[in-house]
Design a protein around this ligand. Structure first.
Ligand code: UGY
Ligand code: MN
Length: 251
């Protein structure tokens, strides 16, 4: 509770810093016994959405709108997911990607918090359908980021041009930094999973900690330096593998 109207949240045209102090829960269409917190959405200028699904035990989620693909990451709790071919069991730090039009029902087997990314799929010249992809954060290979052994990333989705998104974790030993302030046309949605530090977005520097969320719009200069004594880790969505002109009709 903050009686003086302070918030750490800041929303601009190029980026947003969404702190838990401003979260508002809302019903999620297509979900039962579940509340949503919409963190990033097209309303702020993003070409994707990021939200938390807060599921009661027995809560259920059905597919997003036609043409929209979905990536879920289990922050706490557990779900079982019924697909056409299989039943998947996902627990903390497990993830799953469901292509657009993929029938699936997510059922919480305990009280569960999911981080969800969704976007309208941008097909490329191939009309091959994308596969369902599942895995676990810890079982995914850690690779040094641009040769720095103190910054490593784990890639969750195949490095395959049919996918139009990448989702990774970026992990930083205390004191490690991104090697330079990046500026790129691809957007990011980010959730701080552990640790924290200073995030540069545009011309602003933000102290950031676990549970904070960032939207980095196209061309938003970005840089991170890790502080503290534990490894800092964030979940990161990024657009991938599409020509710049393919966005014109899909913004
Ligand atoms: O690869 C990336 O775009 C990534 N290093 N960006 C980021 O962490 N903000
Ligand atoms: Mn980046």
């Amino acid at each position: 509770m903050n009686h003086l109207g302070h918030t750490r949240t800041r929303v601009t045209h190029s980026h947003a810093f969404i702190a838990p102090d401003g979260h508002v829960q809302t019903a999620l269409p297509g979900w039962k016994h579940t509340m949503g917190i919409i963190l990033i959405s097209p309303q702020m200028g993003a070409r994707f959405s990021q939200y938390f699904a807060l599921m009661q035990k027995g809560g259920e989620g059905t597919p997003p709108l036609p043409g929209v693909e979905r990536f879920i990451f289990v922050l706490s709790g557990s779900v079982s997911v019924k697909t056409e071919a299989d039943t998947l069991t996902l627990k903390e730090k497990d993830f799953a990607f469901f292509p657009a039009q993929e029938p699936h029902v997510i059922t919480a087997t305990s009280q569960t918090k999911l981080n969800v990314y969704e976007r309208r799929y941008l097909p490329n010249e191939s009309d091959e359908p994308l596969p369902i992809v599942t895995g676990n954060e810890q079982d995914t290979k850690a690779e040094p980021f641009m040769g720095d052994p103190n910054v490593f990333f784990r890639r969750f989705l195949p490095d395959d041009p049919h996918f139009d998104m990448a989702v990774n974790t970026m992990n930083f030993k205390p004191g490690a930094v991104l090697p330079f302030a990046e500026t790129h046309f691809m957007e990011h949605g980010m959730l701080m999973l552990s640790g924290g530090g200073i995030y540069r977005l545009g011309d602003d520097w933000y102290p950031i900690q676990k549970d904070d969320v960032l939207w980095m719009g196209p061309y938003c200069p970005q840089w991170f330096g890790a502080l503290g004594t534990e490894t800092s880790s964030y979940l990161l969505y990024k657009e991938a593998n599409r020509d710049v002109f393919s966005f014109e009709k899909n913004s």
